[in-house]
Design a binder for this molecule. Structure first.
Ligand SMILES: *[C@@H]1O[C@H](CO)[C@@H](O)[C@H](O)[C@H]1NC(C)=O
Ligand SMILES: *[C@@H]1O[C@H](CO)[C@@H](O)[C@H](O)[C@H]1NC(C)=O
Ligand SMILES: *[C@@H]1O[C@H](CO)[C@@H](O)[C@H](O)[C@H]1NC(C)=O
Length: 296
């Protein structure tokens, strides 16, 4: 299987495609046990969403925004480190279509951006803060831009770190490739639009991507930075993760770690990506990422 490094992608995509598919479940290369295995990965992240947390001077609450098909549990590597460093860390699961399962990021991206807006406004109010910092993975890396541009987010975000964010969309063929790699049907748009409209909204020519980038692919006065990987099989080509402004930091994981094999989903398990995030959140304590292995 092409994406064997990422069992998460296998399980999650299979689960959602299983739910969307008109072919009988027995024809698919998976079992309900595989889906249950993914759900078992969900462990409580100690100290996350603690509304009694008071941001230290010079810090803001940090909101983590997961990718398509995932949930807030995708932050089980990053969040504990941020919490240990003293940040007040928050995360939501957005875009769940109960008819499909417990996976996030499926509903229309506009409605998911509204979910982020509601969540973030609550964090701001309860922590008595004026601004948040946001770290978003993939689809989670563009919701705040929509919040700022089209909802009530203006002035509420200080820093925004994109981890393989889908700033300029991806190709239709990437979506087809992901489906085909699992031996599943050709993903018909009408089926996806019914159960998981976000998929086709992420195609680079979609009305959503055009609207997102109308008038500039950034939010004025927000300090943006992005990290991408050469081995991204979902956001293709990987340069579409980047924002085309001279004052925005866009880096490639392999610039730090030549041999890193991390691909789209494992970016949130990478120590090097985590160090990049920490450096962005607090440049005064920035350190060079330690590149120990291909999986760093
Ligand atoms: C939540 O934050 C408060 C205030 O910092 C702290 O006393 C408490 O231990 C935290 N709770 C958890 C579960 O981390
Ligand atoms: C979308 O992606 C395709 C395939 O890479 C490319 O040919 C096309 O120019 C892209 N369109 C836009 C609007 O970026
Ligand atoms: C980056 O430059 C753009 C203009 O290209 C400006 O609107 C934006 O506010 C700048 N961002 C920061 C953080 O200064």
């Amino acid at each position: 299987m092409k994406f064997s490094i990422t069992s998460v992608l296998t399980f999650a995509s299979t689960a959602v495609l299983l739910a969307l598919s008109v072919v009988p479940a027995s024809a698919l290369p998976t079992t309900p046990a595989a889906v249950q295995a993914l759900q078992k990965r969900a462990t409580k992240i100690e100290g996350l969403n603690n509304y009694s947390c008071k941001p230290k001077s010079g810090q803001r609450p940090v909101i983590l925004v997961h990718a398509t098909l995932l949930t807030l549990n995708s932050w089980s590597d990053f969040a504990p480190v941020l919490i240990k460093k003293g940040y007040c860390v928050f995360a939501l699961t957005y875009g769940v279509n109960k008819a499909v399962g417990d996976f996030g990021g499926l509903n229309s991206i506009e409605s998911s951006a509204q979910e982020l807006a509601t969540f973030a406004n609550n964090v701001l109010a309860k922590t008595n803060s004026k601004q948040v910092d946001i770290v978003g993975h993939s689809q989670g890396g563009i919701l705040a831009r929509y919040w700022i541009k089209y909802l009530d987010g203006k002035g509420k975000v200080y820093r925004h770190v994109g981890v393989s964010p889908i700033n300029h969309g991806t190709t239709l063929s990437s979506i087809v490739t992901v489906a085909k790699a699992f031996g599943i049907f050709y993903p018909s748009q009408s089926l996806f639009d019914k159960f998981a409209p976000s998929f086709y909204q992420m195609v680079n020519t979609s009305d959503f991507i055009k609207k997102l980038n109308a008038g500039g692919d950034f939010a004025p006065n927000v300090i943006h930075s992005n990290i991408a990987t050469k081995f991204d099989e979902v956001v293709t080509p990987y340069e579409t993760c980047w924002q085309q402004q001279p004052n925005i930091t866009n880096v490639l994981l392999q610039d730090f770690c030549l041999l890193s094999l991390n691909e789209h989903l494992t970016m949130v398990n990478s120590k090097v990506v985590l160090q990049f995030v920490l450096n962005q959140l607090d440049p005064s304590t920035a350190k060079t990422a330690n590149c120990l292995s291909m999986f760093s």
